[in-house]
Design a protein around this ligand. Structure first.
Ligand code: HEC
Length: 156
């Protein structure tokens, strides 16, 4: 219990001490991309997330998760062999809510060199971007299982 508290305290410290907003401009471009046209809320919802639902994590009370067409078609394509990674171009957007207000928007974009991570406040100002260890250290648990994604699995 104490060890868990200490671990939690150090996460809080990392979050407040350094934002790890390493690619603010890249994050701004990505924000425009996910909000272009009708925006990400018009995309498919992630498997298992048909509506807003409680988050497994502590940083928001409830989440809504959306996936772009690259992810949807990867999920829908019948496969003879299991997919081992999400295609380049895959985008996953998670909104985090506290009560009725949106507190954060977290995004993962699959690029040729791996996932680009970003987290924004409600107004679209990035707080984390690039490959922040605060994101990768936790999602790392799912690296080999579902190519870093927590909420749903690779089609098997
Ligand atoms: C303490 C663990 C933890 C940390 C730290 C964390 N995440 Fe997550 N993330 C999760 C879990 C668990 C989910 C599954 C949905 C939920 O319950 O919120 C998730 C879901 C997501 C999703 C939806 C796709 C998926 O993988 O399920 C995105 C996008 C995301 N996180 C981005 C980020 C970004 C960006 C950061 C860093 C700023 C971050 N996460 C930090 C645990 C974490």
């Amino acid at each position: 219990m104490l060890a868990r508290l200490a671990a939690l305290a150090s996460v809080v410290l990392i979050v407040t001490a350094c934002g790890q907003d390493d690619d603010h401009e890249g994050a701004r471009v990505l924000w425009e991309k996910i909000n272009a046209g009708p925006g990400f809320r018009s995309w498919d919802r992630a498997p298992g997330f048909p509506t807003r639902k409680p988050s497994f994590t502590a940083h928001s009370g409830a989440v809504e998760i959306f996936v772009n067409a690259e992810v949807s078609s990867a999920l829908a394509t019948p496969r003879t062999a299991a997919l081992t990674e999400w295609p380049v171009g895959a985008l996953i957007v998670k909104e985090g809510f506290s009560g009725d207000s949106r507190k954060l928007v977290a995004v993962m974009e699959k690029r040729a060199d791996g996932w680009f991570w970003a987290e924004y406040d409600d107004g679209g100002d990035s707080k984390y971007s690039g490959r922040p260890s605060v994101c990768t250290d936790c999602h790392d648990n799912r690296k080999s299982y579902s190519d870093w994604v927590y909420a749903f699995e690779l089609p098997r």
